[in-house]
Design a binder for this molecule. Sequence first.
Ligand code: ATR
Length: 290
Amino acid sequence: MRALAGAVALAPSVIRGSTQILGVIGAPVAHSASPVMHNAALSHLGLDYVYVPCHVLPERISQLGDAMRTLGIRGLNVTVPHKQAVMDVVDDLSEAARQIGAVNTIIHDAGHLLGDNTDAYGIAASLREDGGLESLPPKVVLLGAGGAARAILHAVLLDKGVEQVTVLNRTLDRAQDLVAELGAGRATAGELGDPEPLQAAGLLINCSSVGLAPKPEVSPLGDGAGLHDGLVVVDIVYKPLRTRLLQQAEAAGARTVDGLGMLVHQAARAFELWTGQRAPVNVMRQALLA
Ligand code: ATR
């Protein structure tokens, strides 16, 4: 079924004997936005795949490789809490997955399982396409030091024009550990609440979960001190889309980028790895918004 012009098909195409299986594993998984995005893209291109959510318990994860090979599952996305555990299940890791220390996408080729991570690609594509940043500014500030921050720090440091990244986190130890492991001599750690590093920065990315529903009234920067009109401000939180931080950034005259872009672009990259087809990014974005 092809989507009619202007409309986005949310249902999968007809499932036939030849249909290949894609999906997402997580615990929980019911909240995942991935099935809607991928099935819309598959339908739009008329590809013979279906994308399904699978609730997989942590104690079963060691059997995942056998399950994929036995059932011939072509590819999976991996979400919380399996992103690290899956590293031991796959046969090989991409450079990105190895460096980030997490897998969010598995590609199955004739019994061989490759673990990849498309989150870094997702933020880089969003910075370029949604933020208009062909190259990144020399000074960057990241808020948060969890799993998302790892992937984003990795992505930011791939840009050789970036001279210094400051990672600010509520728990200083975690920021220090992250910087020591992935900082490549170009990152420093600090505590959330210090507005000083923002002054010289051209890019600020919130990689923490502060501002996420059901607490959308809070900002990781408190009252927004340090924001200025020379900043591009990205918030990877996408529920709500217009977070308190983005409102503060707008009020300070900064350019803002919401979290939908990273979500869509990391999915688009996985889609391309599985199907070999260019992902219809706008269809995926519209499906999410719908
Ligand atoms: P994810 O995989 O989404 O990055 P995570 O690894 O649990 O999730 O990381 C969540 C991040 O949000 C962490 O940086 C966390 O700070 P701590 O390391 O101090 O826990 C940050 N975070 C979560 N709730 C926060 C809050 N109320 N105030 C400040 N930072 C918070």
